[in-house]
Ligand binder design. Structure first.
Ligand code: ZN
Ligand code: ZN
Length: 419
């Protein structure tokens, strides 16, 4: 049963839909790469001002914060990310992107909202508009955070380093959602670890170069790197407890230029996914230990170099907060509110609540046409036929995706701001 105050806030959904769908289509057709979300940010700011928010622009580059005050009461932080990806859109949608952008290396690339961050932006603007229009139904403050550069893992940190804490104070809770390849209309919550922590590491091992015909004069970094890659396969299989999900992938190995020269170094780039801080630390330590020991075994003349990059924090949903949101979702969505399976993707959202020292929850909403999804499920072809985030054919259906995401944000926020 949906409570009265929720019903009265959501009564405005029809009028929100009239501009929200158009806003979404425009955003989808005009995606912007990480740290370049200038057009998006300016459109967001205009909308927020229209709804009566206090608006702060340029937070951490292109970040925008909208503060909606409505008397005494708790503050709830809601976060949406704004950036798109260097992907050439192939959805065939009438509002598909043909945009291009210049990436951090200066290369011109196609740009697409392939992760659905345009859904997040449109839904959060809709939720803020609904709350702004019904001040009698709730009390407190909404801090709507529109974050840049989630895809490169440093947008949240950028906003925090640029004064986000001063703008939002200490909210009671932080809430966030992501559109996923699930049936549209569905919402999924999960207690505890939800998205993986991710760490990328670049390792340089040093050898001694020589003529390919004189291996005795060399310390061969190609053989050394090969041994390391094989030995690293034992980290997950022999050192992590069975049943604890974790991934270690060596994605790149580079050494030498030709067949008859033994090079003097090799580079390995790897990626680690984990769901507990302890596991994460143990894996990263095991990698250093193995690489250092293999270098010793090979007689490497110089200690290896380790460089961590593209680090995403663990997303671990607070039990109490998640249960409160899950109960609110059940009341609003009935059987469409379900448990979210563990996700292998990563997010930098939790940097915000972790830095503010507040609990949080992160939930998923479906974006796939329910009939399409159901046919694929019956045929046992979900993995093959349903496009996932970051793919060129990931194009969430407009409805009920936008309605669901908007309602989810409102209902979750009201679990704190309601009477
Ligand atoms: Zn993404
Ligand atoms: Zn995303």
């Amino acid at each position: 049963m949906t409570a009265d105050h929720v019903t009265s806030v959501l009564a405005g959904l029809d009028s929100v839909r009239s501009w929200q769908e158009e806003f979404y289509r425009d955003l989808h057709a005009h995606p912007e790469l990480s740290h370049q979300e200038r057009r998006t940010a300016s459109h967001v700011s205009v909308r927020l001002r229209d709804t009566g928010c206090e608006v702060h622009e340029g937070v951490g580059g292109t970040g925008v914060v909208g503060i909606l005050r409505n008397g005494e009461g708790p503050t709830v932080l809601l976060r949406a990310d704004m950036d798109a990806l260097p992907v050439r859109e192939a959805t065939g949608l009438p509002y598909a992107s043909t945009a291009t952008g210049t990436d951090a290396d200066g290369t011109e690339v196609p740009v697409m909202h392939a992760c659905g961050h345009d859904v997040h932006v449109a839904c959060l603007l809709g939720a803020v508009a609904l709350l702004a229009a019904t001040p009698d139904a709730w009390n407190g403050t909404v801090a709507a955070v529109f974050q840049p550069a989630e895809e490169v893992a440093d947008g949240a940190r950028g906003m925090l380093e640029d004064g986000l804490t001063d703008l939002v104070g200490k909210p009671e809770v932080a809430l966030c959602q992501h559109v996923l390849p699930l049936p549209a209309g569905r919402v999924g919550t999960r207690v505890g670890p939800t998205l993986s922590a991710a760490d990328s590491m670049r390792i340089t091992v040093h050898g001694r170069g020589a003529h390919g015909s004189m291996p005795q004069a060399s310390v061969d970094p190609v053989v050394l790197a090969a041994m390391i890659v094989v030995r690293l396969q034992t980290v997950i299989s022999r050192e992590v407890q069975p049943g604890e999900p974790a991934v270690l992938t060596v994605g790149s190995i580079q050494a030498g230029t030709t067949s008859n020269v033994i090079p003097d170094h090799a580079e390995i780039a790897l990626n680690v996914r984990s769901y507990h801080e302890q596991t994460r630390t143990a894996i990263l330590e095991a990698i250093r230990r193995i690489v250092t020991a293999e270098c010793g075994a090979s007689g490497s003349p110089q200690a290896p170099d380790f460089q961590l990059f593209d680090r995403f924090p663990l997303t671990e949903n607070d039990r109490e907060v998640t249960e409160r949101v899950a109960a609110a979702f059940s009341a609003e969505f009935g059987a469409d509110a379900q448990e979210l399976p563990l996700q292998t993707a990563s997010e930098d959202f939790s940097d915000i609540p972790n830095t503010l020292g507040i609990p949080y929850t992160y939930w998923g909403i479906g974006g796939i046409d329910p009939e399409t999804y159901e046919s694929a499920r019956i045929a046992g072809r979900v993995a093959q036929d349903i496009p996932v985030n970051h793919s060129a054919t990931f194009g969430p259906v407009l409805q009920p995706t936008l309605d669901t995401g908007t309602r989810a944000l409102v209902v979750a926020a009201l679990a704190w701001l309601g009477p």
